[in-house]
Write a protein that binds this ligand. Structure first.
Ligand SMILES: Cc1cc2nc3c(=O)[nH]c(=O)nc-3n(C[C@H](O)[C@H](O)[C@H](O)COP(=O)(O)OP(=O)(O)OC[C@H]3O[C@@H](n4cnc5c(N)ncnc54)[C@H](O)[C@@H]3O)c2cc1C
Length: 315
């Protein structure tokens, strides 16, 4: 029985989270003494598919006729590929959140979301996951024959094995219950949910015209931009940038919150970041209690200075 890993593509390319998923699957397969098979949905070039071999997949099943957003068809394709798999790995993306529960019901397999560790035991599969908006860690055991593990992006490292993989083309072309008519993608250059560094702005920035310095700071640091909920609600920034309990979850290496008070609903979506920095005029702002580093000061003075100093370091 192998380990099957779902590798998600965007516009025909794999992103870091897919390679992370293969690395995670590969280390899981080592624990089980088996191999890793990847499955890819939608149109993806052989060049991209071959890259999965470099992270430990021995075979890739490619289903060009299935759209990942068609969760019914996607579930059926993955379930077929999972026939000989004991563990199925997903990166905990929005797509995984749609497919994994369906797959769990179809295969009668226990499924765990927000996984943050490799299996601590394989008989039965036992892993740690984050719970209660990352305020607690649970140790969970799966008692079914097949196990579905959805691990948090950025919680596992990329491990290049230098290997190669064979490619098997599936002719599956089922159309499920929905058809995607069009997609509008977020404007940021770096995907927020996968970004290693995130620069986030709140209502303290006073208006959308002041986001130039946030974008410039993001650019010099190679970061994605984000915002608090009210900022998206009043239309200063697109909703795709809203982070928190009701927005996207960020698990960055570095999260810089500028002019954000640090309400519990905001922190719920960002507190899994490895290092958090708050910049705020108010020394009593709740963010300072959660942050690793704090700068008490006016964003309009601090941020331009930061940009200036980072540019010096970059040059
Ligand atoms: C059910 C529910 C769900 C929610 N979900 C979310 C969510 O997902 N995400 C989210 O973000 N919020 C969420 N909220 C809203 C949340 O409670 C807060 O209201 C919100 O996070 C506050 O946004 P803010 O920090 O940008 O604004 P404010 O609370 O207005 O804070 C602005 C901060 O900027 C500082 N400031 C002002 N001027 C400057 C300056 N010149 N330089 C530096 N700092 C300055 C102020 O001191 C202040 O701390 C939710 C609320 C509810 C009830």
């Amino acid at each position: 029985m192998s380990v099957l890993v779902y590798t998600e593509s965007w516009g025909g390319n794999f992103r870091k989270s897919s390679f992370e998923a293969v690395s995670y699957a590969s280390e899981t397969a080592k624990l089980l003494g088996t191999d890793v098979i990847a499955i890819s949905l939608g149109q993806v070039s052989d060049e991209q598919l071959n890259k999965l071999g470099g992270y430990g997949a021995s075979k890739v099943i490619t289903c060009a006729g299935i759209e990942k957003g068609d969760s019914q068809a996607a579930t059926n394709a993955i379930a077929t590929a999972a026939n000989n798999a004991s563990v199925i790995v997903f990166s905990n993306t929005n797509t995984a959140t749609m497919i994994a529960p369906r797959l769990s019901a179809k295969l009668k397999a226990g499924a765990i979301s927000n996984v943050i560790t490799l299996a601590e035991s394989t008989t039965p599969i036992t892993v740690k996951r984050k719970a209660f908006s990352s305020k607690a860690i649970e140790l969970i055991t799966i008692n079914t024959e097949k196990a579905i593990l959805c691990f948090t992006p950025n919680s596992y490292q990329l491990i290049e094995t230098g290997g190669s993989c064979s490619i098997e083309t599936s002719s599956a072309n089922e159309k499920g219950a929905i058809t995607i008519q069009g997609q509008e993608t977020a404007s940021g250059k770096i995907s927020l949910s996968e970004a290693e560094i995130v620069i986030s702005g709140g209502r303290g920035l006073k208006g959308p015209e002041n986001w130039g310095m946030i974008e410039e700071l993001a650019e010099v640091l190679g970061a994605a931009t984000a915002c608090s909920k009210p900022v998206a609600d009043i239309g200063w920034r697109p909703h795709a940038e809203h982070v928190g309990q009701t927005g996207k979850v960020v698990t960055a290496d570095l999260y810089i919150a500028i002019g954000i008070s640090g309400a519990i609903q905001h922190l719920a979506g960002v507190n899994s970041s490895k290092v958090m920095v708050a910049i705020n005029t108010d020394p009593e702002a709740p963010f300072f209690k959660a942050a690793d580093y704090g700068i008490i000061g006016d964003a309009f003075e601090v941020v331009p200075k930061l940009i200036q100093e980072i540019k010096k370091l970059n040059s």
